[in-house]
Design a protein around this ligand. Structure first.
Ligand code: ADP
Ligand code: 5GP
Length: 190
């Protein structure tokens, strides 16, 4: 199998893409997660160089100026996230398939960069009400951060048709099974 492949997951925050990715990583051994850089503070339990490369806003801006990002976004006002070009070489040099977890705009930019070589998945919540409930029940965000995330979600949901496949995340087990099926098809071609 040609391992120079990439799978990206995008979704409005709270749709469940991190949960699905975690399950998918258990079912395949050829994947490696692209560790993004962010200027946000680590959540409880998050580790630098594992969940994200946590940078100060100044360090982030410096890397932008050096042209070290494949893509970056100010996902929320004053909070930056980006994919470092070095992640791609790191993961391909390890002989692994890249998994990206990025916001919807970032996903569209990465898909443009890789073209048909990447599989672009959109994780869709069953409804906006469920999305809000999941965001609140995760309990990781302030009320202000939840409001910011929900405010973006309508515009993000409209972009689903631009992705290769939409995975509706209603019953988790079913969503993970469907994701596995779609990934198996992608890996078996070319
Ligand atoms: P995202 O990475 O898209 O922001 P998460 O994976 O963090 O979303 O999921 C948001 C919350 O919803 C988490 O608390 C997670 O446990 C929960 N969750 C994810 N998928 C489901 C599902 N299918 N049914 C119920 N709860 C879910
Ligand atoms: P969180 O703060 O919940 O970890 O992530 C917030 C949002 O930023 C999510 O939609 C996540 O997918 C997105 N994100 C994480 N890393 C990147 C990245 O490298 N680039 C872009 N564009 N978005 C990212």
């Amino acid at each position: 199998m040609d391992n120079r492949k990439a799978i990206l997951f995008s979704a409005p925050s709270g749709s469940g893409k991190t949960t699905i990715i975690r399950e998918i990583l258990k079912r395949f051994d050829c994947f490696e997660f692209s560790i993004s850089a962010t200027s946000r503070q680590p959540r409880e339990g998050e580790r630098d160089g594992v969940d994200y490369y946590f940078l100060s806003p100044e360090e982030f801006a410096h890397r932008v100026a050096e042209g070290r990002f494949l893509e970056w976004e100010e996902v929320y006002a004053g909070v930056y996230y980006g994919t470092l070009k070095s992640e791609i070489d790191r993961i391909w040099d390890n002989g692994h398939v890249i998994i990206f977890d990025v916001d919807v705009n970032g996903g569209m930019n990465i898909k443009k960069y890789f073209g048909p070589d990447a599989l672009a998945l959109f994780v869709m919540p069953p409804s906006v009400e469920v999305l809000e409930r999941r965001l609140r029940s995760r309990g990781t965000e302030s009320e202000e951060a939840i409001t910011k995330r929900l405010a973006r979600s309508a515009a993000e949901l409209e972009k689903a048709p631009q992705f290769d496949v939409t995975i509706v995340n209603d019953v988790l087990e079913e969503a993970v099974d469907r994701t596995q099926q779609v990934i198996n098809n992608y890996l078996s071609v070319g």
